[in-house]
Ligand binder design. Structure first.
Ligand code: GAP
Length: 599
């Protein structure tokens, strides 16, 4: 979804390196819709915050995710994947590619699908012809609303500011006749903050105390007139809004659009004529190559084109770790189908994509499929559902978007052919009576040689974020439990219960002691895993319990120990990360056994 960026702020509990937001939950959807009741931070919320902090710390400590350019103080909204993170993310990509591209064949139809189909891959350039973004609508419409504070010189995303209305009587001088201030008819003011989540209420109370000179133990004097509301609800009353860092009301400018596309220039001259954009989504690469793919491959509608690649959005407030970044990776698939079949395909892809997350270990209670209300839909869309995850940086009961599954109709192919369409799905005209943004003029319809029918296919688009998905898998996997140490005493352990397909290291090999031929035997097994293309680590340092802990913490599903018995009977100990069960298996069979488990 490109234009449906209505968002409201969510818990930015990681101010130093991670701050964030989430898709708006429409009123009536059963979750908070822009108001937060009360100002107390619940126990559950504190636990979630602590949990997220531990995950972020683990990511740095063990080399999953680092802040970009950290030695220079970091670059907000950009992240680097370390040695383990890069393996995890590759596995996420691989699992998606396997399910979306490799697994499908018209001759082997999925029983749940309306019929068999093909999906082919593509990799398109990040910088495309600027007309692509004019025709797609990103040039005109891909914007967030911003407000500037004339007093504090701050700039805020409109939907990231929230506040509580308060009666301003305390701020008024007593009336000339001596009537106490509290009785003077005063206006209501909106005291605002950009702090998110449960802490927002406290932040506003603190601000109000300061603004009105009320002691922190006398907050009962503050005459609140509302619960927390978004600034989006107060754009007509900006003269009564006290901006997040201002001391007086009325310092905010009216909201204005801020385009999220990063601009650059191609060639030596920096002029409007050679302005170009870093793509804000991978999807357009598929639309503009629809004809190329049809002409060069043996695909027949229905079929899909899939792509994994970087996208760039100059997010005003990147936050909550990698959840909202300025450079991120998308995994998108455009599925082209007969218009009359499109709703069946929409339902199919929505359900199938939900199953993918569940199959890779996300518990159903942490996943949500949320159909958009009509008011939320992009003008070309006749249906969109978000797949959402209960990220721990959100309040309990809130979910953040992992993927959008959108029915895009024929908007994209027609726009790229005829010129950008308007809200009524007619070509938008400029003052000269010509298309405002010209399409390619190429015929992007499809001729079905079996039915002898020509039509512009409709598109169903499952659009996932690779970084968000990776983060969700990390959050889901993080556990603390108890396991015995070398003396059999139970100790707290941190374990990432990653699905084996996603685990960065699949297996670790340990010699129990560094003599009696054990290291040599362990190295032999280690090499056999390497030869089989299975990511393996060798560790001979420290007590065995410590070595297990190191592997548990990075999610290695299996550890193999070579011990005295190995040297006598050729068996090794195979230990399971989750059950802690240890079995003995022949060393000669252990590679095949693990390979089978990974299939
Ligand atoms: N072609 C449709 C499209 O781009 P989107 O909902 O804007 O739709 C798809 O993006 C997915 O990309 C989102 O569900 C999310 O997982 C990911 N994504 C979008 N913006 C992101 C950001 N700033 N940081 C990380 N991931 C992002």
């Amino acid at each position: 979804m490109m234009t449906q960026r209505t968002v409201f702020p969510l818990a930015a509990k990681f101010p130093t390196i991670c701050t964030s937001e989430i898709a708006e939950i429409p009123a009536g959807a059963g979750r908070s819709a822009g108001t937060i009741q009360g100002t107390q931070i619940s126990m559950a919320s504190q636990e979630r915050t602590a949990r997220m902090e531990k995950i972020v710390a683990l990511c740095k400590r063990r080399g999953f995710i680092f802040q970009s350019s950290e030695i220079y103080g970091g670059q907000n909204g950009f992240w680097d994947y370390g040695p383990l993170g890069v393996e995890l993310k590759r596995n996420v990509r691989q699992a998606w590619w396997q399910d979306m591209v490799i697994a499908n064949d018209p001759m082997l139809p999925d029983p749940a699908a309306p019929c068999g189909f093909n999906i082919v891959g593509i990799e398109t350039s990040i910088i495309m012809h600027p007309q692509v973004w004019k025709v797609s609508g990103h040039y005109d419409l891909f914007a967030d609303k911003m407000v500037d504070c004339r007093e504090a010189k701050g700039r805020y995303r409109l939907d990231h500011v929230k506040g509580r209305w308060i009666n301003a009587a305390l701020a008024q001088k007593p009336a000339a006749d001596g009537t106490p201030a509290a009785q003077v008819a005063a206006e209501d003011w909106l005291v605002t903050t950009t702090v998110d989540g449960p802490e927002a209420g406290d932040a506003i109370t603190k601000r109000a105390c300061k603004l009105f000179g009320v002691k922190s133990n006398e907050t009962h004097k503050l005459a609140w007139k509302s619960e927390l509301v978004s600034l989006t609800t107060a754009t007509e009353q900006l003269d009564r809004v006290i901006a997040p860092e201002a001391t007086a009301p009325g310092t905010l400018t009216p909201p204005r659009d801020f385009n999220l596309m990063f601009e650059t220039y191609t060639g030596a001259l920096q002029s409007d004529d050679n302005k170009a954009f870093l793509r804000p989504e991978t999807a357009q690469g598929m639309f503009v190559n629809f004809k190329n793919v049809c002409d060069s491959s043996r695909v027949r509608v229905p079929f899909g084109i899939a792509q994994i690649g970087k996208s760039f959005r100059n997010e005003i407030t990147p936050r909550n770790f990698t959840f909202r970044s300025r450079e991120f990776e998308q995994m998108e698939m455009e599925f082209f189908c007969q218009p009359s079949e499109s709703f069946k395909w929409y339902s199919y892809w929505r359900d199938r994509r939900m199953k993918w997350y569940a199959a890779l270990g996300i518990k159903s209670e942490n996943l949500l499929l949320r159909e958009h209300h009509n008011s939320e839909l992009a003008h070309y869309s006749v249906g969109t559902a978000d797949i959402e995850y209960a990220f721990p940086f959100l309040d309990e009961g809130e979910y953040g978007e992992l993927e959008g599954v959108a029915h895009r109709g024929d908007f994209d192919l027609r726009s790229h052919s005829e010129g950008k369409l308007d809200k009524s799905l007619n070509v938008e005209m400029g003052p000269d009576g010509q298309p405002k943004y010209r399409g390619s003029g190429k015929d992007l319809s499809y001729f079905d040689d079996q039915t002898r029918e020509r039509f512009v296919p409709h598109v169903i688009e499952p659009a996932a974020g690779c970084d968000r998905t990776t983060l969700a898998f990390l959050c889901e996997a993080y556990h603390e439990d108890e396991a015995p140490d070398d003396k059999g005493v139970m100790q707290t352990r941190v374990v990432l219960r990653l699905h084996p397909k996603l685990a960065p290291v699949k297996v670790a090999i340990f010699p129990l002691i560094k003599k009696d031929g054990q290291p040599e035997k362990a190295l032999e097994i280690y090499k056999a895993f390497k030869d089989a293309g299975i990511n393996v680590q060798y560790d001979a340092q420290a007590a065995i319990g410590k070595r297990y802990r190191r592997m548990d913490e990075i999610g290695t599903p299996w550890c193999i120990t070579v011990d005295g018995d190995t040297m006598k009977d050729g068996t090794v100990t195979l230990r399971d990360r989750d059950t802690l069960e240890q079995i003995r298996v022949p060393a000669s069979e252990v590679v095949d056994l693990i390979a089978k488990r990974l299939r």
